[in-house]
Design a protein around this ligand. Structure first.
Ligand SMILES: O=P(O)(O)OC[C@@H](O)[C@@H](O)c1c[nH]c2ccccc12
Length: 265
């Protein structure tokens, strides 16, 4: 399955990176970073009404190249100006054509918190996220066993980083809750066959405690999806492709919010 393949390649990437920057050096740098108190990513999601996490993504294994032209800083600025509550930035280089430098530059440019979207298989990558300026890091349950997940969330806490814990089914939701996740995301895309069902997140919402911030991820195309998610007490949505493919992101975001009359193009 694709997720396992990506995880294997990520392990190799981390091993190589450690030769350039050893864990001890990275850790020191991470703890020397200035930290905004109060977990700004969680604050952004907890605000009244549905929050929007807008994703900067060049490509994906399911869609291939999404944005031929990829002015990532302009895109991030446009998201912020359009009213995004947070930004998600892919840093995985092989399958998503992401880069650490995209995240670093975006975090230096916008005021809203930035999520590092990568495949965390080692603690090392959490320190990297911090040093790159992220306010949050994605932790995928399918890649991290519960004991380790608990430890990773604690590491995030000591760094003032929020963890967005991704779960796909009931069992993973209970692992996430057990590990102390305060933010849980459910991916509507099945990583085995890439099929998308927005009902996946609405179905699983009830299984996470009310006080957990709940994020619906992937496959969100129009205001009817948003309305359905709102009805099911989702706190935030994570949207990539629909926004990346639209020429006017501000218009698209207001269309999704049900404010605009146009089709967002
Ligand atoms: O482009 P979409 O369908 O709106 O999806 C965004 C985001 O949810 C998706 O990129 C994603 C969700 N979970 C992930 C884990 C790794 C990489 C990417 C993802």
């Amino acid at each position: 399955m694709i997720l396992e393949q990506i995880a294997r390649d990520t392990k190799i990437r981390v091993t190589n990176q450690k030769k350039k920057v050893p864990l001890g050096t990275l850790k020191k740098a991470a703890y020397n970073m200035e930290t905004e108190t109060g977990f700004p990513f969680e604050k952004a999601l907890a605000k009244e009404g549905l929050s929007f996490i807008c994703e900067v993504k060049k490509a994906s294994p399911s869609k291939g190249i999404i944005a031929e032209d990829f002015p990532y800083l302009d895109i991030a600025r446009e998201y912020e100006a359009a009213g995004a509550d947070a930004i998600s930035c892919l840093t995985e280089p092989k399958y998503f054509l992401g880069r650490d430098s995209y995240l670093k530059e975006i975090a230096e440019t916008v005021k809203i918190p930035v999520l590092r979207k990568d495949f965390v298989v080692e603690e090392y990558q959490i320190y990297e996220a911090k040093v790159l300026g992220a306010g949050a890091v994605l932790l995928i349950c399918a890649l991290i066993e519960p004991e380790l997940l608990k430890r990773y969330i604690q590491v995030c806490d000591t760094l003032g980083l929020s963890a967005l814990v991704e779960a796909h089914d009931e069992k993973e939701i209970s692992h996430a809750v057990w590990a102390g996740a305060r933010v849980i995301g459910v991916n509507n895309r099945n990583l085995k066959d890439f099929s998308v069902d927005v009902g996946n997140s609405t179905k699983l919402r009830a299984l996470a405690p009310k006080e957990v911030l709940f994020v619906a991820e992937s496959g969100i195309k129009g205001p009817e999806d948003i309305a359905r998610l709102k009805e099911n007490e989702v706190d935030a949505v994570l949207i990539g492709e629909t926004l990346m493919k639209s020429r006017d992101k501000k218009k698209m975001l207001s269309y999704l919010k049900g404010e605009g009359t146009s089709d967002g193009q």
